[in-house]
Every structure is written in C-alpha cells, then in structure tokens.
Design a protein around this ligand. Structure first.
Ligand code: NDP
Length: 395
C-alpha cells in the first residue's frame, strides 16, 4: 500500500483520483492537491459517493517549488502524479527531486510564453534523477502514453521490423455545444494551431497547420477525415523504435470545429501575445479560455465514442504486415463510471496504470523515461482490466 499525491483537480485529475480509489490494494492513501480547493472538494465528494473511499485534499500552487516541497515532506508520498498543466512540469520535477519523490505526468513541458512543446527541458533532468535514484515517467496518458506502449507492443510481438507508424486519434463524440475543447482550451488550441510536423528518413518535415488530411476508417465509428499534426510522442518514439522510416500523427476534426477555429484565428483570438484593453494587458487565448465551456462540464451530455490507435506497417517472418492496435471508449460509459467524458477518461486510466507499474516496481529505473522503454505486457494487461480494452486488427 502506497501514498500518492495527485496534483491538478481538473478533468484528468478527477478521473485519476477515481481510478486510484478503485485500486485500494495499491493506492492505500490518496491526496489530491490543486490551485483551487473547491475543485478538490468536488472530486473528493464524487470519489466518496462512487467508491466509498475518502481521499485527502490540499491547496497548492504547483509553480511555487518551496510550497510543493513542504507539502511533499508533510504528505510523504511514494509518487507525485502531475495532472496540472504542462507549465507545471518543471517546477514539479524540481520539487520531486528536492523532496526525494518519484514523478509521473501526461504532457510535456511547454514554456508559457512560447507555443512550443518539446522534451528537451525534461530530458535535461535525466542525470539529476539518476543520481538521486528517482524515476520520472513522462507522458503516461493516452497519446502520449498508451500510443507509445502500443508501438512497443507491436515491436515486441507483431513485427521483426517496423517501417512506418501512423497514430490516429478520433473523437466522434457530440457534446451539443457549437464550439468547445475536450481538454484544457489553452493547451488544446495551442496544439491544434501549431504547424504540422512528422519524421521521415531521418528528418523532421514541417507542413502548414491542418494542411494535410486523409480519411481513415475507425472501428465502431466509420470513415472520418483526420489531419496531420505534430504530437509529442513522435519525439521519443523516433529514438526508441529502431529501423523506423516514417512516423506521423493524425487527429480528426469536424467541419464546424475547424470553421470556428479558423474564425477565431483570423481575428486573433488564439494568440498568446498580450493586447491592451482599457489599459490592461489581456492575452486573447486566455480570454477565449474563460469564455469557452469548462471541459469537465461537457461530460454530462457527451454521446458517442473515441478511437485512438497506431497503424503499424513493416515485416514479420519475411512477409509484409499492416496492423491497427487501438482502443474504443464511450463517452456515456465513462460518465456513468467516474462522472467524466472519454477524453479525460482515456488520459486518466493510463496515468493510474503507469503509477501502478511504478509503485509495484514492475516499471522502475532511476532516470527520466518514456513509456515505450518498458515491457508493454503488464501495462496493457492492467489497462484492459481497468477500463480501456484494446484490440489488434490486421489491415
Ligand atoms: P484542466 O484545465 O481541466 O485541469 C488542470 C488542473 O490543474 C486544474 O484543476 C487547475 O487548477 C490545475 N492547475 C493549473 N495550474 C496549477 C497550479 N499552478 N498549481 C496547482 N494546480 C494547477 O486540464 P485537463 O485535466 O484537461 O488536463 C490535465 C493535463 O492532462 C494537461 O497537462 C493536459 O495537457 C494533459 N492531457 C494529456 C492527454 C494525453 O493523452 N496524454 C490528453 C488530455 C490532456 P484550477 O482549477 O485552479 O484552474
């Protein structure tokens, strides 16, 4: 039995608290800390109503390293699960080092004043974590996260050589709003409006944002148009899948979403550069975030399914092979179980499973690591057992 500190009581943090509470034999004591205590209270009440377990709650500003270190010294967790925002990755990694606590997150660091996500800042912690005998597991969500593990599984069991990987992410759900984002609006819009980027023949290639698309037939959903985007798991997978010739990431968007986004971009509402309004500096994207529905509030009326998977092509026993490894998740089923929509659910379950792997010692090595560097089998077994069954389809 272990103590864990979950930081961030948003859509994903709430799912993680519920899922950890469902596994008391591993997560003996759960402490949830966030910037706004009222959010923690709501999650605590829901966890109690749904699982009968009581979690402890705390208020913390994760950007304040000394305050987080003091909290860690008081709570003494074996592991900190970071479900706040990417901006908090580095302060939380610093706090964990100082307090001697392992670390896990679901998104890579992004500097607040530059829409650029890259692993280099977190990779710079490798030696310090190794020297301290501490482990940091990066990107234990769905994508990144489960997609990395699907690639490791394909490499271990399905292929001798992997040549190409296309990660495809489809949310075919309907929340009833004309425009809303499924996770933190600021992070989501920064990601979607960034140039597309993929890796081929040893080089990164850049395309204008949302300029390349393809139609992909998603199991249980059907054909949907998916757009090429840059996604952070590409950066680690090119280092860990030997022989890989090309890797790309695709996400589906409906026409209404894209039209709204185009208008918002054209009028400057997605910019992170402050503008002056009545003498006050205002960041347009922050204003937009304040106007859009809270992603957690979408859950109640969300219908439909998500499908995320890896289309892998290569050779096995001298023959060409193409396989789709995927999960399908239902918004309503996620809501019925933990009160959240499927995007938060598909991120929160792998965060819990990654934490379980670390706490049980199944995945444990000092340093800063990615999901595909560990044995995929125990993780995937637990993933299916705890709510995200996955499938392999020959294509
Ligand atoms: P939300 O905006 O719903 O929640 C973020 C939470 O973090 C809020 O409760 C917020 O507090 C809290 N927070 C923000 N800043 C601080 C701070 N300085 N100190 C303490 N708490 C803070 O986001 P989501 O739950 O949708 O997303 C959480 C993370 O998951 C993000 O990093 C996102 O990028 C990642 N993600 C990863 C995915 C994957 O598949 N790998 C998919 C989806 C999301 P407050 O309530 O006060 O605002």
């Amino acid at each position: 039995m272990h103590t864990v500190l979950i930081v961030g009581a948003g859509g994903v943090g709430s799912v993680v608290a519920h899922k950890c509470a469902q596994v008391p034999e591993v997560f003996g004591r759960i402490v949830l800390a966030s910037r706004t205590l009222a959010r923690c209270e709501a999650v605590r009440d829901s966890v109690r109503a749904r699982t009968g377990r009581t979690i402890e709650i705390e208020q913390v500003d994760a950007n304040d390293v000394p305050a987080t270190v003091a909290l860690l010294r008081r709570v003494r967790p074996a592991l900190l699960l970071n479900l706040a925002l990417p901006y908090q990755d580095l302060p939380l990694m610093d706090a964990c080092l100082e307090a001697g606590v392992d670390y896990l997150d679901t998104a890579n660091y992004e500097p607040p004043d530059e829409a650029k996500f890259e692993y280099k800042w977190q990779w710079a912690y490798r030696e310090r974590y190794e020297r301290a005998g501490r482990m940091a597991l990066l990107g234990s969500g769905f994508d990144p996260g489960v997609t990395n593990v699907f690639c490791a599984y394909a490499q271990k069991h399905l292929f001798d050589t992997i040549e190409t990987i296309d990660i495809v992410d489809c949310n075919a759900g309907d929340h009833g709003h004309p425009f809303a984002t499924n996770f933190n609006p600021e992070i989501n819009i920064r990601e979607v409006t960034a140039p597309g980027r993929y890796w081929e023949d040893g080089d990164w290639k850049t395309t204008p944002a949302l300029s390349e698309s393809m139609t992909f037939d998603f199991p249980q959903i059907g054909p949907r148009k998916a757009y090429l985007m840059y996604h952070e798991e590409l950066e680690s997978l090119v280092q860990h899948i030997p022989g890989l010739r090309r890797i790309r990431f695709w996400m589906t968007f409906g026409d209404a979403y894209l039209t709204h986004l185009r208008v918002l971009e054209n009028i400057g509402m997605t910019s992170i550069e402050p503008v002056e309004v009545d003498g006050h500096p205002v960041v347009p994207l922050k204003l937009l975030e304040a106007l859009l529905p809270d992603p957690a509030s979408l859950a109640e009326n969300y219908e439909g399914k998500t499908c995320i998977g890896c289309l892998v092509e290569g050779t096995k026993d001298g023959r060409r092979r193409r396989v789709f490894v995927y999960n399908v998740c239902d918004h309503r089923a996620a809501y019925a179980e933990v009160g959240s929509q499927a995007i938060s659910y598909t991120t929160g379950v792998p965060a819990m499973v990654g934490a379980k792997m670390m706490l049980e010692g199944t995945w444990h090595a000092p340093g800063v690591h990615h999901m595909e560097q560990f044995d995929p089998d125990p993780f995937l077994q637990d993933l299916a057992r705890h709510g995200l069954p996955w499938h392999v389809e020959e294509r």
